[in-house]
Design a protein around this ligand. Structure first.
Ligand SMILES: Nc1ncnc2c1ncn2[C@@H]1O[C@H](COP(=O)(O)OP(=O)(O)OP(=O)(O)O)[C@@H](O)[C@H]1O
Ligand SMILES: CC(=O)N[C@H]1[C@@H]2OC[C@@H](O2)[C@@H](O)[C@@H]1O[C@H](C)C(=O)O
Length: 386
């Protein structure tokens, strides 16, 4: 049994998710016990700076260094807080904060036309130094260096924690960005038959729209209550579904660079002639989110899953969940919590597992999800000083 802390702040930039876990086994016998999970919100000023950089604001190298410091300090503090009252962890897996992601141009698995680039701030060496705990960080760059997208990385962890002997499953994360892990029944060479990709917007457009419609008073639509009072405009959904990203075959990844402020502004412009109420506009964005997920399953999966398990903050948006269920018809839509894995902390747990695999010299990427030509060790190890 190894005690590990997993840390991530995702594309919603709402705060640092920290998970304290005990891990045993390695792959099919992998077991994770969540001892504590907590989200530590960023100080408002830090969040605003991160969002501005994500939206393309130019900053100086000095500002970049200060941002990296601030994020690393916040991550280190989250690690210290999460283990209060517990036996200390011996390892930290820290994803950091993505501030830029450029997917590679590719023509399928192992066929990159141009390399991707990704930048996560909150350097691991500083987290190791502050906490005194060996820290693995910078997980995405090794996959990108061999031509992969460096994302999504969670599918390999999903495979070992959520596969089923007889059932094809989709694990659908609805964070700022949505991503899916398709897990076929656990037979023959099931791992090679897995698929994974970023489906497009999760909550990013919805959150930006709520902020816009309330002049910043609200950051998200709690439980999807506001959107649920509106009706989606189908013609707009059809129009928006024509967007290139939704038709790009996997492997594929994306971020706030595409589904961010400029994208929302274009949606607002497109919606102008329809004179939608705020609730109708939110319902229409929700429908786009749900339809883009289901459309991608219908288009790119070898077969539809037997059950879909949601995770990430969007799984709490009951209207979005209802729309997914309606579009998926008879395929039950559940949450990963219903099969014993916290949907709120699954990503943080995954980075604890990825750090654990890195220490064991086990690969962390799933080439069919990232598009890399082969498996590779993920993450850089920063040993704590003795
Ligand atoms: N009760 C709720 N009702 C509706 N939406 C919610 C609720 N709780 C959380 N959310 C949504 O979930 C978002 C946060 O989700 P999550 O923390 O999974 O994203 P993330 O990890 O930052 O993103 P990613 O997975 O893309 O990296 C919030 O910004 C909000 O939009
Ligand atoms: C570059 C980056 O940070 N990508 C995130 C983002 O947030 C969701 C989706 O886009 C996913 O591909 C990825 O995160 C999760 C943790 C992953 O790698 O599986």
């Amino acid at each position: 049994m190894t005690r590990i802390i997993g840390l991530i702040s995702g594309t919603s930039v709402d705060g640092i998710d920290a998970a304290l876990v005990d891990i045993s086994g390695t792959d099919l016998d992998l077991k994770v016990e969540l001892l504590a999970g907590q989200t530590y919100p960023y100080p408002a000023e830090l969040r605003d700076s991160i969002l501005a950089v994500c939206a393309g604001k130019a900053i100086s190298m000095a500002e970049l260094a200060a941002l990296d410091d601030a994020i690393a300090f916040s991550f280190a503090q989250a690690a210290q807080n999460i283990q209060t009252g517990h036996q200390p962890a011996i390892l930290i897996g820290s994803h950091g904060q993505t501030v830029y992601h450029r997917p590679p141009q590719s023509q399928g698995i192992g066929k990159p036309q141009s390399l991707g680039y990704t930048l996560q701030l909150g350097r691991g060496e500083l987290i190791a130094s502050i906490t005194g705990i060996t820290t693995v960080s910078n997980f995405r760059v090794a996959d990108i260096a061999i031509g992969g997208h460096g994302a999504p990385l969670v599918p390999r962890v999903d495979a070992y924690l959520l596969s089923h002997p007889d059932e094809a499953r989709c694990i659908q994360n609805l964070g700022g960005i949505g991503n899916v892990a398709y897990i076929p029944p656990r037979r023959d060479n099931w791992l090679e038959k897995m698929r994974g990709w970023d489906t497009g917007p999760g909550n990013s457009l919805l959150d930006l729209a709520v902020e816009h419609l309330t002049n910043g008073a609200k950051k998200y639509d709690e439980d999807g209550k506001w959107a649920a009072t509106g009706s989606p405009c189908q013609s707009l959904v059809e129009q928006w579904l024509q967007q290139d990203y939704f038709h790009l075959p996997p492997p594929k990844s994306t971020g706030r660079e595409l589904f961010g402020v400029d994208y929302l502004n274009q949606c607002l412009k497109d919606a102008g002639p329809y004179q939608l109420s705020p609730a109708d506009f939110l319902a229409t964005l929700t429908e786009l989110t749900a339809a883009s997920v289901v459309h991608s399953y219908q288009t790119f999966l070898p077969q539809m899953p037997q059950r879909v398990f949601l995770c990430g903050g969007g799984s709490r948006n009951l209207y979005l969940k209802e729309r997914l269920q309606s579009l998926l018809k008879t395929i039950p839509v559940l949450t990963t919590d219903e099969v014993g894995l916290s949907g709120d902390f699954k990503e943080a747990i995954a980075f604890a597992v990825l750090a654990y695999w890195r220490q064991l010299d086990m690969p962390g990427n799933l080439p069919s999800a990232t598009g890399a030509p082969h498996e590779v060790l993920l993450g850089e190890i920063h040993p704590a000083e003795k």
